[in-house]
Write a protein that binds this ligand. Structure first.
Ligand code: LHQ
Length: 259
C-alpha cells in the first residue's frame, strides 16, 4: 500500500492504492507510519518526499470501509482520528527533517490535509484540493480547521470547507495554501530536486527552523524571541554552522554533514 525508495539522501514515499485513488485504509496508515519512523531514525535519510501513485494523490478515508447501508451502526470516528490520522499529522509535524509533498493529482478530504501538513507542498497543475468532508456531513480533520485559516485566512477556509469546492493547484499557490504549482510533467523532477537539495542542507538548522515556525502560531512575540535565541544557540553549536561559515570565507560550496 506504500512504496519507499531511498535516493540522494531522501526517502521517497509513494501512497500506492491507485485503484482507490490512494484512499486510506488501516493498512496504508500503518505502512506510512512505519516509513516515517524509518525516515526519522535513519541518519542517512535527511528529507522525505511524499507523493501518490497513479492519477490521484489521496482521496482521504476509504469510504468503502465505512459502509453503513443495511443499518450498520456508525463507527466512532473519534477513535479513527485518535489512532490513525492524528498520529500521522503529529508525526509529520514533529519529524526533524523536511517533509516535501508532491501532489500529483486530486487530494481530497484527509488526503488534502495530509498534504498541507507537510512542510513544502508542490502540486501538479492538474491537481485539485478538495475539502470533501462537508459532502458527507463531516468536519475537516487531520488538522484542516487549524491549518486552513492560518494558511489562507478565515474567509477562504470557511468557504472551501463548507462548499467542498475543488481548488485548482495554481489558485492554491496564489492563495499561499501551497508552495508552488508546476507543470504536470515537471512535478517529480522539481520536487525531487528540492528534496535532494534539502537533504544536503544543514539538517539541524532546518529542523529547528521547522519547529520555530510551527510554534510561532501559538505564542506571543516576546516568548518567541526567547525560543529563537535558544534555537540559534543550538544551531550555532552544530558542525554545519562551522562548515557554512568556513565555506563562505573560502568562497566554496558548503558540504553539510547534518551534524
Ligand atoms: C474511493 C474514494 C474514497 C473509496 C475515490 N474511498 N473509494 C476521517 C476519519 C474517519 C472516517 C471518515 O473520514 C475521515 C476523513 C476523510 O477523509 S472524509 C473524506 C473522504 N473522501 C471523500 O469524501 C472523497 C471521495 N471521493 C471523491 O469525491 C472523488 O472520488 C474524487 C473527487 C476524489 C475524484 O473524483 P474522480 O476523479 O471523478 O474519480 P472517481 O470518483 O471516479 O473515483 C475513482 C475510483 O476511486 C472510484 O471507484 P470505481 O470502482 O468506481 O472506479 C471511486 O469509488 C474510488 N474512490 N475516492 N475516499
Amino acid at each position: 500500500t506504500v512504496l519507499a525508495d531511498q535516493r540522494d539522501g531522501y526517502l521517497m514515499i509513494t501512497l500506492n492504492r491507485p485503484d482507490r485513488l490512494n484512499a486510506f485504509n488501516e493498512t496504508m496508515h500503518l505502512a506510512l507510519r512505519e516509513q516515517l519512523n524509518r525516515a526519522s531514525a535513519a541518519s542517512e535519510i535527511r528529507a522525505v518526499l511524499l507523493t501518490g501513485a497513479g492519477r490521484a494523490f489521496c482521496a482521504g478515508q476509504d469510504l468503502s470501509d465505512r459502509d453503513m447501508r443495511g443499518g450498520a451502526e456508525a463507527p466512532d470516528l473519534g477513535v479513527t482520528l485518535e489512532t490513525l490520522y492524528n498520529p500521522l499529522v503529529r508525526q509529520i509535524r514533529a519529524l526533524k527533517k523536511p517533509v516535501i509533498c508532491a501532489v500529483n493529482g486530486v487530494a481530497a478530504g484527509a488526503g488534502a490535509n495530509l498534504a498541507l501538513a507537510c512542510d513544502i507542498v508542490f502540486a501538479a497543475q492538474s491537481a485539485r484540493f478538495i475539502q470533501a468532508f462537508s459532502k458527507i456531513g463531516l468536519v475537516p480533520d487531520s488538522g484542516g480547521t487549524w491549518l486552513l485559516p492560518r494558511l489562507i485566512g478565515e474567509a477562504r477556509a470557511k468557504a472551501l470547507s463548507m462548499t467542498g469546492e475543488p481548488l485548482q493547484a495554481e489558485t492554491a499557490a496564489s492563495w499561499g495554501l501551497i508552495w508552488k504549482a508546476v507543470a504536470d510533467e515537471d512535478l517529480m523532477a522539481e520536487s525531487g530536486k528540492l528534496a535532494a537539495q534539502l537533504a544536503a542542507g544543514a539538517t539541524k538548522g532546518l529542523a529547528l527552523t521547522k519547529q520555530l515556525i510551527q510554534e510561532a502560531a501559538d505564542q506571543p512575540l516576546d516568548q518567541h524571541l526567547d525560543a529563537e535565541r535558544d534555537a540559534q544557540r543550538e544551531a550555532g553549536r552544530s558542525d554545519d554552522y562551522r562548515e557554512g561559515v568556513t565555506a563562505f570565507l573560502e568562497k566554496r560550496p558548503a558540504r553539510f554533514s547534518g551534524a
